[in-house]
Design a protein around this ligand. Structure first.
Ligand code: UDP
Ligand code: MG
Length: 339
């Protein structure tokens, strides 16, 4: 975008802030959330929109938010056609965001909306990405804290880019970084790693992570494992290095043992009972081989997923985007009936 366009947008009172909130079965917290978001948008120093991405909720969240978007022009609703997962829901929201600064936050009020004002202050100082670092985690199980801690340690040790510790997806991102983010089509998304990769001028604000206001966590052990795998495989080649080292070690041991056997044979020793050693070697090599094939398979699987070039998500319904939709329809007929 040229600076002339930029100036024109500002002149016509274009949006300054877009809030992006992924929603998966959050009906319990929604009334409280909307009150806090309203207050936040009033407190912000420019026009703001709130984009709610309904990630295939099976409760009344979708209905509630659609209605809200119909009534309040600052609210937008995007309903994905099924549950695509937190990271993809964030992406869908960022794709739709039109503000000069885009703020991603969780819906359960674990990311306190008031912190956004601190982020905005940093943005005004000239930072392009302002992420929120958790100083303390309240109301989360010891298991969650322990696994989260181990995960961030592992990541710090092995990832190719510096992914800040104790930082989730709560962050403010400048328009130009959002545009760069849109150019990253990868399927297995680990959004905080992607922002670390993108660079630009980044800084942090600190906050206390409050307990969930209502409802239960949507991150099951399975979802957490998948996120961790995406992070490690997407942002490090440590698993591949492990394979090489393991393969090398196993082969070396087998070679040494072979040399020992040959030496004994040359020395004229009785070598009839080789059963145990044969089994041992076969097992060792078989095990190493399986491990290697498995890990290489992980990467091949990724390549397979990427080359399919599927869209990241499918939108089933939209609400509150009337103006944007109208201008687009004037240019070209819509491909799909509006939901
Ligand atoms: N979420 C989502 N899709 C999912 C899982 C979670 O959009 O498949 C949303 C959820 O509604 C919440 C945010 O992602 O707004 C973070 O989820 P949660 O609070 O359950 O995670 P935790 O804070 O326990 O890590
Ligand atoms: Mg939460």
């Amino acid at each position: 975008m040229t600076s002339v366009d930029d100036a024109a947008r500002r002149a016509e009172g274009a949006l300054r802030y877009s809030l992006v909130l992924p929603i998966f079965n959050e009906e319990a917290v929604l009334p409280l959330l909307l009150a806090r978001i309203d207050a936040l948008m009033d407190a912000l120093d420019g026009p703001a929109e709130a984009i709610f991405v309904d990630d295939g909720s099976r409760d009344t969240s979708g209905l509630f938010l659609r209605l809200k978007a119909r009534q309040d022009p600052r609210y937008r609703y995007i309903g994905l056609s099924r549950n695509f997962g937190h990271q993809i829901a964030i992406t869908a929201g960022m794709d739709a965001a039109e503000g000069e600064a885009v703020i991603v936050m969780d819906a359960d009020l674990q990311d306190p909306p008031e912190i956004v004002l601190d982020m905005v202050a940093k943005w005004a100082e000239g930072y392009d990405v302002v992420y929120a670092r958790r100083r303390e985690r309240h109301g989360e199980s010891r298991f969650k804290r322990w696994t989260a801690d181990a995960f961030y340690r592992l990541l710090a040790r092995f990832a190719d880019v510096d992914i800040p510790r104790n930082v989730g997806d709560f962050r403010l991102v400048d328009r130009k970084v959002v545009e760069a983010f849109r150019g990253m089509p990868e399927q297995d998304r680990f959004v905080r790693g992607m922002f670390a990769w993108l660079g630009f001028r980044q800084t942090a604000v600190e906050f206390e992570r409050a307990p969930r206001e209502a409802g239960a966590t949507k991150y099951t052990l399975r979802r957490m494992t998948r996120l961790a795998a995406n992070a490690l495989i997407g942002f490090s080649d440590a698993p591949l290095k492990l394979v090489v080292v393991t393969g090398f070690t196993v082969s070396l041991l087998a070679g040494l043992y072979g040399a020992y056997v040959v030496a004994r044979w040359l020395a004229g020793a009785e070598l009839v009972t080789g059963w145990a050693s044969t089994i041992l070697i076969v097992a060792l090599l078989g095990g190493g081989n399986m491990l290697m094939t498995g890990i290489v398979g992980l990467y091949v699987g990724r390549i397979h997923a990427e080359v399919k070039r599927r869209p990241l998500y499918v939108v089933a319904a939209r609400e509150g985007f009337a103006h944007a939709a109208a201008t687009r329809e004037a240019d070209a007929p819509p491909l799909q009936r509006a939901g």
